[in-house]
Every structure is written in C-alpha cells, then in structure tokens.
Design a protein around this ligand. Structure first.
Ligand SMILES: Cc1cc2nc3c(=O)[nH]c(=O)nc-3n(C[C@H](O)[C@H](O)[C@H](O)COP(=O)(O)OP(=O)(O)OC[C@H]3O[C@@H](n4cnc5c(N)ncnc54)[C@H](O)[C@@H]3O)c2cc1C
Length: 385
C-alpha cells in the first residue's frame, strides 16, 4: 500500500493551490458578497485541464485520473467552496456520464465543450417535491413523433440560470417507475419552452449559481436521449456515485481550511497570558479536527483510487462523502468556537466556511441517504458496484 502522492500528482496539487491563491483568494470575500459567478474563470480552469480528468484526449481530456481531480478540487475548495462546484458541472456530472453512456456523436459533440469550460454544464434531477426520492419526480417527456415534449419543473439545480447544455432526468413511462425514467441532453439556451430562474436565497455558496428550470412543452430532439429510453434511473445513480466524489473533495477543502485557520488563530490569540493553543480543551478541539480531517482525506483518496482502478467503489464513495462532509461541518463548527466573537464576524472567513459546509451534508444525497447506501451494501441487500 502506497500512501505517497507521485511527482505528477504533487505538481497538479501545487498548480491548483497556486491558482486558488492567485486567482480566487484576492477577491473571494467580495465576490461571495456580490454573488459573483465568473464564466471566464470556468474557461480558465478548463484551459488548465482541471476538468479533463478521466476524459480521453480525443474528447479534450488529459489522461489524468479521478484522484488528480480530487486533489485539484480540494485545493480550490480550500479557498472557495463555491468554486468547487464547476468540477461536478463540467466533468464529474455531464462529461463522465456522457462518456460512459453516450453515442459517439454525443461524446464528440458535447464532452469537449464541457471539459474546456466553453459551455457551462448542469444536471437536473431534483424537483420541488422530489429530492432524496428521485423516483418521486413529476417531470415527463412524451414521444410526439419527431421529437420529445418535456414538461415539469426542476429545482435547486446548480448552474440552472447560467447553464448551456446538461442532463435532465424525466419520466417517459411513469407506470414503469425505476425502469420508466430517461436521461436527456438538453440545451437550455436554445430550446423553446425552457425558462430558468436563479435562487438567490441560499445560505452560502454565493459564487455558485443555483436555480430552477421550467419545461413547458419544451421540444427536445429525438437524438437527445442518453443511453436507452428507460435507463435514466440507472444512469442517474451511476452519475451520483461520481458527483458525490466531487462533493467529498470539496469537503476536504473546507475541513483543511478550517483546521489551518483554527491552528493559526489558536497560536496567535492570547488569553490568561498565553496562546489559547496551550489550553488542553482547545488542544482537544484541534486534535479532533486534525484526526477527522486526516481520516477523511484517506477515505476520499481511496474512493478516487478505486474508481481509477475500475474497482467496485459505491460503498467506499458513500463512506467518503458521509465522513468528509460531516468532518467538514464539525471542523467549521469547532473553528468558529476557537475564533470566539471573531468567528461570528463576517470580517473573518470562518463564518463563510461554516455556511458553505452545510451544503455538503445535503448535495449528491444527504448524509442519511449515504447511510442507506452504506448499510444496504454492508448488509448484503445491494451489491457494491
Ligand atoms: C447548493 C445546492 C446545490 C444543488 N445542486 C443540485 C443539482 O445540481 N442538481 C440536482 O438535481 N439537485 C441539486 N441540489 C438538490 C439536492 O440534491 C437535494 O436538495 C438533496 O438531494 C436533498 O433533497 P431535498 O432537499 O428535497 O430533501 P428531502 O429529500 O426532502 O429530505 C429532507 C430530510 O429527510 C431525510 N430523508 C429523506 N428520505 C429519507 C430516508 N429514506 N431515510 C432517512 N432520511 C430521509 C433527508 O436526509 C433530509 O434530512 C442542490 C442542493 C443544494 C442545496
């Protein structure tokens, strides 16, 4: 068992760290306050190959694996959890899924523009009345001869208000339940009957747009079906097993940032005539944060490694996502306590990590849903895929 990163992995990690420090950090607080999303930055990240991991060179990828993707996303999230989102929107969601299930025309037609950041990707599963229970969705796609007619509403969709092309899940035969769902590649900006609206009332992640998509008889071409009609649920679960790795990488970034900030502050802040890091109760807080962060890192890197090896990883991915997101929330919570009033202040970054961390327990399947997956596989009710 080798625990060291190789030379190439250390180089990409360092490149991402420098990018985050130079390009994102100087304006991160102001941008969050202004809810400023920057498509140019997505393109810049695409040019650096950040979204090309696990994508073959013929489709614009770079031959690196998902472990490299995790290393890069972790460094970005350490500075800005918002800017971790494009890894899921450009690569782990639409691009990897189309690579796995798409026709040659779909692969060459869509993947390169997601990987380069030229087109903003998205994936739309969630609806006002269907979150954890994906099968509860109401959006339908009807075969009307020469095209599909899409009707319904998606909610809480990352990139909804800015997205170009991405994946939409809908029922083509509601009676068949899990076998009646289909995945479509949809062009949000050039499809009549599609409208979008931003959701501006979020707790955090303000530089990562989230919104609603309404389909009102939207005309979807026949060749927009990804995989086979009726394969949508299977495709959706396959996709979520990858996007939750991206979420877990983001959690590592948040946890790592909170550990670093808390230690620095605890060494600098003096009370009762000595740095607060000399007090055993503060040390206990920091020790827990460090231990959980290091454990989370090993779990997330292992899940990425298993994926890169093509080995079963669904349980390990859910374990990584569950543990890393809970550890990130705990780290943010403890860091806020260590910072005292300054942690409560918007003048310091802790409150931003605290707010952003909460999203990690929800997206790509809540912590409870990860537990259902883990227990289901551990108890032998489902196979580890
Ligand atoms: C910032 C952000 C970005 C997002 N981006 C996207 C996106 O790009 N695409 C997309 O499709 N969706 C996206 N979502 C939606 C997200 O995936 C859902 O919010 C999530 O799946 C949970 O669904 P819900 O909010 O409807 O909660 P619900 O499913 O209503 O769950 C509410 C509570 O009940 C619990 N619960 C539900 N079922 C069970 C059960 N069987 N056992 C135990 N507990 C249960 C949950 O754990 C949770 O605590 C995003 C959400 C956020 C906040």
């Amino acid at each position: 068992m080798i625990f060291d990163l190789n030379e190439e992995q250390r180089i990409v990690q360092e490149q991402a760290r420098r990018f985050a420090e130079k390009e994102i950090l100087p304006t991160v607080e102001e941008d969050e306050k202004n809810h400023k999303f920057q498509p140019d930055r997505v393109r810049q990240m695409g040019e650096l190959g950040f979204f090309g991991c696990s994508i073959p060179e013929i489709y614009g990828g770079n031959g690196m694996g998902l472990l490299e993707s995790v290393l890069i996303a972790e460094q970005i999230a350490k500075v800005s959890p918002s800017w971790r989102l494009p890894f899921n929107m450009q690569n782990l969601g639409p691009a990897l899924t189309v690579k796995q299930f798409g026709t040659e025309g779909q692969k060459s037609g869509f993947i390169p523009s997601w990987v380069s950041g030229e087109k903003l990707g998205f994936f739309a599963i969630t609806e006002p009345d269907a979150g954890s229970d994906v099968s509860g969705m109401k959006t339908t796609a009807k075969d009307v001869g020469d095209h599909w007619q899409l009707n319904g509403q998606k909610m809480w969709i990352s990139n909804a208000s800015v997205g170009d092309t991405g994946l939409v899940y809908a029922y083509t035969d509601k009676e068949k339940k899990y076998q009646g769902m289909t995945c479509f590649i949809v062009d949000l900006k050039n499809t009549p009957g599609v409208s979008t609206q931003a959701i501006e009332t979020k707790l955090g992640l303000h530089c990562a747009p989230t919104g609603e998509i309404a389909f009102d008889g939207a005309k979807i071409p026949k060749n927009a079906v990804l995989g086979k009609v009726g394969d949508g649920f299977k495709i959706c679960m396959w996709m979520l097993n990858n996007t939750r790795l991206g979420c877990a990488a983001g959690a590592l970034g948040v946890g790592g940032a909170c550990v670093d900030l808390a230690i620095k502050y605890a060494n600098e802040r003096t009370q009762f005539g000595q740095p607060i890091s000399k007090f055993q109760m503060v040390q206990a807080q920091i020790a827990e944060m460090v231990a959980e962060h290091e454990a989370a890192q090993l779990l997330v890197y292992r899940a990425a490694y298993l994926k890169d090896q093509g080995k079963p990883n669904q349980m390990q991915t859910s374990v990584a996502k569950l543990f890393a997101s809970e550890a990130a929330v705990h780290a943010a919570n403890e860091a806020m306590k260590i910072f005292g009033s300054y942690g409560f202040s918007t003048e310091y970054p802790i409150e931003r990590y605290f707010r952003d961390a909460k999203s990690l327990q929800i997206v790509e399947g809540t912590s409870n849903i990860q537990k259902l997956i883990i227990a289901g596989i551990a108890c032998g009710h489902q196979q580890n895929r």
